[in-house]
Design a binder for this molecule. Structure first.
Ligand code: GKR
Ligand code: MG
Length: 429
């Protein structure tokens, strides 16, 4: 064994990053959202970086893993899962059903642990790539494309957070005209060629009108609508009928595999999910019932880049489409998303990314979309460099926080504007 590749030190840095007031079924994004930056340093002094969710529940799982990791090799990323099962606790049991209120599907300890492992896996692959002088995509078998397509992620939003936070010049977007204006600016800034609207915020007819306005403004461009399971089967079928000729896919119109299967049986519009198929045990039942035609992979909650490729192989085998999910993230995760996306032959749709909404980052050179695409880096590792000053500043914000922002809670953020707000039970409409 090459002892130079053994891990000598692991550093965890929780941070708070600015986030605009983007609306969803749960409420509104907080002014600041937690992320966790993972650094692993090898005996030869090479440091790799990873990024994952930073809420307290994730930190509680990350800390014992960080303690147990020194002495393990950065080559042995499959072993991370066993190590995490041993030291982090939490049941790896099959996770059936859907936490209807959540936006990331079921959140059992076993699933949170996968997101934590993903941050460590990416850091190990970054360190290994830097040591060998190879890009991460080469460690995954090699890229099959030189650039990865991303879609413009459109959100209903307020002009600013009601109770403080960073300001921006996007203004409010609360109707079809606002959504089209937002889309135009994202296209002008980044060149995106497809669009996803986060729905579940307004009654379905208003969201149908917004998608129709987008179709008129950008004829022929792929459009998606994602209400995060807000609708009943009947409402989902109504929306599918109204938008049949316009949608590339409808994402999680209804919550849970049962309802999705019922919707799928009644429409030709492909259904996508990042809520009812989020773990391997959920795949068989959903595919057998043809409940979803597109799965949104997310290397965080599928447990890393290797497992994302395993998911892709299963989708390919069963003729189910593959797209990529995003949650508020920074440039380290975007680099990881791009590397794995570059290696998957059957990535049939442009990937989601919240990145254009994140004005802060912890890397020295921000990623730049050109024509809505990101070039796949051939530099060693992920091809990003940590900006230690920025990291320290964002960690300082986390340390100084009185506790209100350290757990992402869109409902609590909404209650700061509307004390009566409760997360709507689904189906909401
Ligand atoms: O950022 O508000 C949001 C999204 O709703 C996010 O939390 C979801 O996980 O983007 C996600 C989705 O596609 O459902
Ligand atoms: Mg979704």
């Amino acid at each position: 064994m090459d002892t130079a590749l053994l891990i000598d030190d692991v550093r965890l840095t929780p941070i708070l990053i600015a986030d605009p007031p983007l609306l969803n079924i749960q409420g509104v994004h907080q002014p600041y959202t937690p992320r966790l930056i993972v650094e692993v340093t090898t005996r030869s002094g090479v440091t790799g970086v990873g990024e994952t969710y930073g809420d307290g529940t994730y930190l509680d799982l990350a800390r014992p893993l960080a303690e147990a990791l020194p002495g393990h090799s950065v080559t042995h990323v499959n072993g991370l899962h066993h190590l995490a099962e041993r030291v982090c606790g939490g049941s790896p049991a099959p996770e059936a059903g859907v936490d209807a209120g959540g936006l990331r599907g079921v959140r059992t300890a076993g699933k949170l642990r996968l997101s934590v492992v993903s941050g460590f896996e990416v850091a190990c692959l970054d360190a290994l790539g830097k040591t060998l002088g190879l890009p991460v995509h080469a460690l995954l078998g090699g890229k099959v494309r030189d650039a990865v397509d991303y879609s413009a992620y459109l959100f209903y939003r307020w002009a600013e957070h009601p109770a403080g936070g960073a300001k921006d010049d996007w203004g409010a977007a609360l109707d079809p005209a606002g959504i089209v204006a937002q889309a135009r600016r994202l296209v002008a800034d980044h060149g995106f060629r497809s669009f996803k609207l986060k729905g579940g915020v307004f009654p379905p007819d208003q969201e149908i009108a917004a998608v129709r306005a987008l179709a008129e403004a950008f004829p022929g461009r792929p459009l998606r609508l994602d209400p995060n399971g807000a609708w009943s089967v009947g409402t989902s079928l109504y929306v599918a009928r109204r938008l049949g000729g316009v949608l590339e896919y409808l994402e999680d119109p209804a919550s849970g595999t049962d309802r999705m299967a019922e919707v799928a049986a009644g429409t030709d519009v492909p259904l996508a999910t990042n809520m009812c198929v989020t773990t391997f045990p959920e795949i068989a039942g959903a595919f057998a019932r043809d409940a979803v035609q597109v799965v949104l992979c997310d290397h965080h909650y599928w447990g890393g880049l290797h497992r994302t490729r395993e998911l892709a192989a299963i989708c390919r085998t069963y003729g189910v489409g593959l797209s990529m999910h995003s949650n508020t993230h920074l440039g380290i995760s975007l680099a990881a998303m791009t590397h794995v996306a570059a290696t998957v032959p059957n990535l049939d749709h442009a990937c989601d990314s919240h990145y254009p909404w994140q004005t802060e980052d912890v890397i020295t050179a921000r990623h730049v979309f050109e024509g809505g695409r990101l070039a796949v880096s051939d530099a060693p590792g992920l091809g990003v460099e940590l900006d230690r000053e920025r990291l320290a500043a964002l960690h300082r914000r986390w340390l100084d926080d009185d506790g209100t922002m350290r757990e992402r809670d869109d409902a609590a953020a909404m209650r700061r504007a509307d004390p009566e707000w409760v997360v709507p039970a689904v189906p909401r409409w």
